[in-house]
Design a protein around this ligand. Structure first.
Ligand code: HEM
Length: 294
């Protein structure tokens, strides 16, 4: 990091006396727009729905799958809910891709592909990853993160490409007679294996690595609510993304990001929804692992 930026970051952290527990009082900054929060809400609810319906189909012999199927009206009903969630998720995914396209090719926003606000990995991410390993071992300072840390980019791309693979294989199974015009018979059998294994991988990844990265690290434990409320306290901002804070300040854009403290109902709602999602995810993770290894 250039020395000037580093100095600004350190000054910001010193001034803030950044702690792990954000103050209720003080300034709040917008991290996620309303559209981004809605997109995430659709993503996580449909993903939970797809996992909760996909797993009983995959492990249909297990006692919990049969109990669940009996409770909801059979495996036909489970498949119906699976397809419903898949449709909603596909629409949300296509809206996201359309937004990216408009921002990149019609509004010519360079930050989509490159720079500090892009989701595309860059050299700093490699240095941050190595620096983080050194920091974990007590061999160096904590890396100073920008708008998106390397593990956030990794999570994003895991879901993005996962959607392409799971979506394509899912629709190929759903509309097999149509896809049979283009795909050989063996490929139609292969899509079931691909869908099933990629679905399992996605479930294991989201309910373990993504949960740990997001909620269980010391800065956010026990739950990070920023994607629900959209805002974070100034202390949290400085602690978690000091380089972004310093850059915004240097560019004179910090005040434009000022938001308002989330009302109590939203904080409570976010807490309940967040914990519920984590609880469902961890339950599905345990069921998956027990069925896989039994
Ligand atoms: C656009 C998205 C998706 C579509 C169109 C889709 C479609 C389908 C269909 C049609 C089946 C039934 C296959 C059969 O007839 O046996 C199925 C099964 C399954 N899906 Fe999806 N799905 C989608 C997303 C997902 C996601 C995101 C997950 C993981 C969270 C997932 C996990 C599964 C699992 C585990 C099975 C059971 C496979 C097996 O029997 O081994 N699906 N999906």
């Amino acid at each position: 990091m250039p020395e000037v930026e580093m100095a600004a970051v350190e000054a910001a952290q010193e001034q803030s006396g950044a702690t792990r527990t954000p103050n209720a009082a003080g300034r709040y900054f917008v991290r996620f727009t309303r559209e981004q929060r809605y997109l995430h809400a659709v993503l996580f609810t449909t993903f939970l729905g797809l996992a909760a319906t996909g797993l009983p189909m995959r492990f249909s012999e297990s006692f919990w799958a049969r109990k669940f199927a009996a409770g909801v009206g059979g495996f036909g009903a489970i498949l119906f809910f699976h397809k419903f969630c898949a449709l909603v998720l596909t629409i949300a995914f296509l809206i996201h891709v359309k937004d990216l396209f408009v921002r990149a090719f019609m509004d010519h926003e360079k930050g989509v592909f490159w720079g500090p606000t892009s989701m595309v990995a860059n050299w700093k991410d490699v240095k941050d990853l190595l620096g983080h390993m050194r920091w974990f071992l007590g061999l160096g300072p904590r890396p100073q993160f920008e708008r998106y840390a390397y593990w956030e980019k990794f999570d994003y791309w895991a879901v993005f490409w996962g959607m392409v693979i799971i979506g394509f294989s899912g629709y190929a199974m759903w509309f097999a007679p149509f896809f049979a015009h283009f795909l050989p018979g063996w490929a139609l059998n292969a899509v079931l294996v691909i869908h099933s294994e990629e679905g399992l991988l996605a479930i294991l990844f989201i309910f373990s690595i993504h949960f740990v990265n997001t909620h269980l690290r010391p800065d956010s434990f026990p739950i990070d609510m920023v994607v629900f409320t959209g805002v974070e306290s100034e202390e949290e901002f400085k602690l978690k993304r000091p380089m972004e804070y310093a850059r915004m300040k240097a560019e004179g854009k910090l005040e434009k990001r000022l938001g308002i403290a989330p009302p109590l109902w939203l904080t409570n709602f976010s807490r309940v929804v967040g914990f519920l999602a984590v609880f469902i995810g961890l339950t599905l993770l345990v069921l998956t692992l027990s069925a896989y290894f039994s």
